[in-house]
Design a protein around this ligand. Structure first.
Ligand SMILES: Cc1ncc(COP(=O)(O)O)c(C=O)c1O
Length: 475
C-alpha cells in the first residue's frame, strides 16, 4: 500500500508543479464551506479508509487548497514554489527530529549554527547569536522578552508585580504582534506606544524621542523600541541609525522587525535600507517570506551571545540535556522544547542559489514592483494611494461615477478571488481601503504582472458597467 501511495504522492507533486507553471491555471478552485464538506468527508471514522480512498483524500486536499505557488497568488507576504527548499522540507519531515540536542539533530544543529552566523554577517553582529522559531510574531515576542529580562532580571522568577509600568515603542505601521507580545509578557498591549510615521511610512525619530520623554514624565519605564524593516502594508523601512541614537540615549533595547523586509539585505543594492542594523540588539528575519522557503522558516538574531539563555528560568532539564557533546545544544536558547529543523530547508535553498543568486532575486523583485507601480501611474482609472517604498504597490480603481470606492475595490478583489484568477489582498490606511499588491514571488516576470492588471482592470470594468446600469435604472 505504501509504495502505491508514494507513487501517487509523487504524481501529485508533479501535477502541482505543472499546474502552478500553467499561466491559465486557477490559484484556487473556490468552494464554500458547505460545498467543501460535500466534496470531502472530514469526519474521523471508527475504521480507517482504504488505499484508494486515501489517494482520493490526498488528491482532493491538493485540488481545493490555495495554490500559493501559483504566479497569481499575491494575497500574503509569501508566494511561489522553491524546489531546493521543498526538497529540504521533505527531508526534514522524513527524518522527523527535534532541534533541542546535537544528539537528536547533529546535521541540523550545524546547519542552524551556520545559517545564524551567515545572517548575523549581513546584519553586522560580530559576535552575535540567534535561534530559529515559529515566525516573525514569535521573534518579536522573544525580542521583547529579552528586553524585559535585561531590564528586570528578577522578573523571570518573581514576575512583574513590583516593577512599575513598562512601555514599548513601535511605529503606527508596526505589526500587531508587538501588542500581543506585550499582552503575553504581562506588560499590557496598551503600554505599546505608537509613534507617528512620515508620508513614506517611516517612523519619525523626533516623534519617538518625544514619546519616550512623555512616558518618562508619566513615571513609566520605557524599555523597548521596535523598528520595522519592511512594514506589512507599505513595505517601508524605519531609519535604524537615527533610532539607534535615541535608544542609546535612553538605554533602551533596540529591536528591528525585519520579518518581511530583511531578505532585501542580501542585495548590496538595498543594504542602505538597513544602515545602522549593527546597532540594534535584536533582529527578526523571516526566510519564509521573500526567500521563498515553505512556512515556517524564521530567525531571531541577537547581538550578544548568552542573551537567549539568560531569558530562560530553567535550562538544566536533565532528561534531555546531558552535556555530552562537543557543541552547545541549541534547545538551551529556545522557549520551545520540540522544535522543527526549520533552518534545513533554507540551507538547501541557499546552497542551491548561492549568495549572489539570492541577491539577484531580491533585485528582480524590486524591479517587478517598480514595473507594477508604472502600470498604475500610466492607467487613468488607477490611483497610487501611498508612494511605493519597496515591494508593495498600494492602489485603487476609481470608477467614473459616484460610488463607495472602498466597497467597489473590495468587490473587485472578491470577484477575482472567487474566480480563482488571482488572489490579492486589501489594506486600509488613512480611512481608505485599497488593493495591496505584494511582489514576493521571484519566479514571476513582467508578463505575470501584466496579466494581473489585465484581470483586475477587466473585472473592475465589468463591475463598473453593471453598477452604472443599476444607477441609470434607479434614476
Ligand atoms: C512586519 C511584520 N512583522 C511580523 C510579521 C509576523 O510574521 P509571522 O507571520 O512569521 O509570524 C509579519 C507578517 O506579515 C510582518 O509583516
Amino acid at each position: 500500500m505504501t509504495s502505491k501511495l508514494l507513487e501517487k504522492l509523487f504524481n501529485l507533486v508533479e501535477r502541482y508543479r505543472e499546474d502552478i507553471s500553467n499561466p491559465s491555471h486557477v490559484v484556487v478552485d473556490y468552494k464554500t464551506p458547505s460545498e467543501l464538506s460535500d466534496l470531502i468527508r472530514f469526519a474521523i471514522d471508527e475504521h480507517g479508509v482504504s488505499a484508494d480512498e486515501f489517494a482520493e483524500l490526498m488528491e482532493n486536499y491538493l485540488n481545493y487548497s490555495v495554490h500559493t505557488g501559483n504566479r497569481h497568488f499575491h494575497n500574503q507576504l509569501f508566494s511561489g514554489f522553491n524546489f531546493p527548499a521543498f526538497a529540504g522540507d521533505v527531508l526534514s519531515t522524513l527524518t522527523n527530529t527535534s532541534m533541542y540536542t546535537y544528539e537528536a539533530a547533529p546535521v541540523a544543529t550545524l546547519i542552524e549554527r551556520e545559517i545564524i552566523n551567515t545572517m548575523n554577517g549581513y546584519i553586522g553582529y560580530e559576535d552575535g547569536d540567534g535561534i530559529f522559531l515559529t515566525g516573525g510574531s514569535n521573534a518579536n515576542l522573544i525580542a521583547m522578552f529579552s528586553a524585559r529580562t535585561r531590564m528586570f532580571p528578577d522578573s523571570r522568577f518573581d514576575g512583574l508585580n513590583a516593577s512599575g509600568r513598562l512601555t514599548a515603542f513601535v511605529s503606527v505601521h508596526a505589526h500587531y504582534s508587538f501588542e500581543n507580545a506585550a499582552n503575553l509578557l504581562g506588560i499590557g498591549a496598551h503600554n505599546v506606544i505608537k509613534v507617528a510615521a512620515d508620508e513614506n511610512g517611516r517612523m519619525i525619530p523626533a516623534e519617538l524621542d518625544k514619546a519616550i520623554q512623555s512616558s518618562l514624565e508619566r513615571q513609566q519605564i520605557p524599555f523597548f523600541v521596535g523598528a520595522t524593516s519592511g512594514t506589512t502594508v507599505m513595505a517601508a523601512f524605519d531609519p535604524l541609525e537615527s533610532i539607534a541614537d535615541i535608544c542609546r540615549k535612553y538605554k533602551l533595547w533596540f529591536h528591528a522587525d525585519g520579518a518581511f523586509g530583511s531578505s532585501l539585505i542580501l542585495s548590496p543594492k538595498y543594504q542602505h535600507l538597513f544602515r545602522g542594523s549593527q546597532l540594534t540588539d535584536s533582529f527578526c528575519w523571516d526566510a519564509h517570506k521573500l526567500m521563498g522557503i515553505p512556512l515556517i522558516s524564521s530567525a531571531l538574531l541577537v547581538k550578544s551571545k548568552g542573551t537567549l539563555q539568560f531569558n530562560l528560568s530553567d535550562i538544566n532539564t536533565d532528561y534531555i540535556y546531558h552535556n555530552n557533546s562537543e557543541i552547545e545544544d541549541l534547545g538551551k536558547k529556545s522557549v520551545q522544547c520540540g522544535r522543527k529543523v526549520d533552518a534545513v530547508k533554507l540551507w538547501f535553498a541557499w546552497k542551491h542559489y548561492g549568495k549572489s543568486g539570492y541577491a539577484e532575486k531580491m533585485e528582480h523583485l524590486v524591479e517587478l514592483a517598480k514595473y507594477a507601480e508604472d502600470i498604475v501611474h500610466r492607467h487613468d482609472k488607477l490611483e497610487l494611494v501611498v508612494p511605493r517604498q519597496t515591494l508593495t504597490v498600494c492602489f485603487r480603481y476609481i470608477p467614473s461615477f459616484d460610488t463607495n470606492v472602498d466597497k467597489f475595490n473590495f468587490t473587485v478583489r472578491e470577484e477575482l478571488r472567487k474566480s480563482g484568477k488571482t488572489m490579492v489582498n486589501v489594506a486600509r490606511l488613512n480611512n481608505q481601503m485599497f488593493i495591496r499588491l505584494i511582489i514576493s514571488n521571484f519566479e514571476n516576470q513582467q508578463a505575470d504582472v501584466d496579466q494581473f492588471f489585465d484581470y483586475f482592470i477587466q473585472t473592475a470594468r465589468e463591475l463598473e458597467q453593471q453598477e452604472m446600469l443599476q444607477h441609470q435604472n434607479h434614476a
